[in-house]
Design a protein. Structure first.
Length: 408
């Protein structure tokens, strides 16, 4: 079944071929669902074998020798979502374990989500089918839950922002939400008139008021290793809250800078690594394309008293960005931390980073299939893969977070 697709040498394909040997009658989407049903140690064994095969096929050396297990291998997702579907006048909340490849069609509880999320979605599905929420149900695109394992925020992604819709949002939050889940600390609406498949799509610049707070604080409070963050609900944050402190610790260890060094944090987001690593460096520069995330990174400097050490630039990381934002290095060693989207870093940006001749580069790669191309791009810039290790940030899925260390 799977071996006919010989051109596909992705990590997912290697993983599913190994699973198919044990479960030959299952189809591809059923293999995906099987991962979360396995005993966790067995899942890790498959992932180790698949990573070894993937690196051998793609000639990535040294290959990762370890996969750090997730602290919470199940019920770990601190961000979840449901697609709102109108089926002949009945509103259903559906989800997909793989938003890229699988259609929204699952209704059974996911073992990867906290039970509080599942129960809240169930209650909301019942509420939305009350006649008084008919207009709201038609306007809803997604319902999203974010936060940590104790406090949660609820976001209604809506295609229409009108008086009746806002009124129904206020009614459902006042009469239903807090009764369904006492852990909900705030509710928000997110205006997406395009009904994008991305649940926090901000590409339409014509939308004047994107995020509106219905009740509670306007920002989410997060704490990792005693470092505090405030972020608006629409910015990116790690989906596995239980593993963030471990990831910070591993990045800190892999960088291991000498005193007086300088850190450049590319794709810095709301400043997770910039502020957590600031005590190790004389100065930190973060670059982030999303304005809301960059604004949060700046504000979090005040919150953690690291503002004097950190400078944040708002810029899309592509040709010229590194050279335009950073002065020439003349007086101190420089380190780079890069945490790009799943597709990896732009080749020209990699070349510009390498041209600065930093002491060390750590690349956090959540898209395993991008690793061979990224390694080759750094190699062309004179930097070679020294070390690689994986963290299982996404248990129950065919994905891993890989930390790659490059030196000259």
């Amino acid at each position: 079944m799977l071996k006919n697709q010989v051109a596909d040498i992705s990590f997912e394909r290697h993983l599913f071929e190994l699973l198919a040997e044990k479960y030959p009658k299952l189809r591809s989407f059923e293999l995906l669902e099987t991962l979360g049903q396995l005993p966790y140690e067995e899942e890790l064994q498959y992932k180790r074998a698949a990573m070894k095969a993937f690196c051998a096929t793609n000639r990535v050396q040294p290959a990762p020798t370890t996969i750090m297990p997730s602290i919470k291998p199940r019920n770990y997702r601190t961000t979840t979502k449901r697609k709102v579907i109108n089926e002949r006048g009945t509103f259903r909340l559906l989800f997909s374990e793989d938003g890229k490849a699988s259609p929204y069609g699952n209704t059974n509880p996911s073992v990867l989500e906290p039970w509080e999320h599942t129960e809240l979605y169930r209650g909301l599905a019942v509420e939305l089918n009350h006649p008084r929420y008919k207009a709201l149900g038609k306007a809803l695109n997604f319902i999203i839950i974010r936060g940590d394992y104790e406090k949660r925020v609820l976001v209604f992604n809506i295609s229409e922002m009108s008086g009746p819709i806002v009124k129904q949002l206020k009614v459902i939050t006042e009469t239903a939400v807090t009764k369904l889940d006492k852990g909900i600390v705030s509710c928000h609406s997110f205006h997406d008139p395009e009904r994008s498949r991305f649940y926090f799509d901000s590409s339409n610049e014509d939308v004047k008021l994107r995020l509106k707070t219905l009740f509670g604080p306007s920002k989410i409070d997060l704490t990792f290793n005693d470092v505090k963050f405030k972020v608006v609900p629409s910015v990116f944050s790690q989906i596995n809250g239980s593993m963030v402190t471990n990831m910070i610790s591993r990045v800190k260890y892999l960088l291991s800078p000498d005193p007086g060094c300088h850190l450049v944090d590319l794709y810095c987001g709301y400043g997770l690594f910039s502020h957590a690593l600031a005590p190790l460096f004389a100065h930190v520069i973060g670059i982030e394309s999303n304005q809301e995330s960059a604004r949060a990174a700046i504000e979090n400097g005040k919150l953690n008293r690291t503002a004097e050490k950190i400078r944040i630039y708002v810029a899309r990381i592509s040709k010229g960005t590194v050279n335009n934002c950073l002065a020439r290095v003349t007086c101190h060693p420089e380190y780079f931390l890069c945490d790009p989207p799943r597709q990896g870093m732009d080749h020209i940006a990699i070349a510009e980073v390498c041209a600065r001749q930093p002491e060390k580069i750590v690349l956090a790669c959540c898209g395993t299939d991008a690793i061979p191309d990224q390694v080759n791009s750094f190699k062309r810039g004179g930097y070679y893969l020294q070390h690689a290790e994986c963290l299982d940030m996404f248990p129950g899925t065919p994905h891993l977070e890989t930390l790659l260390v490059f030196t000259q």
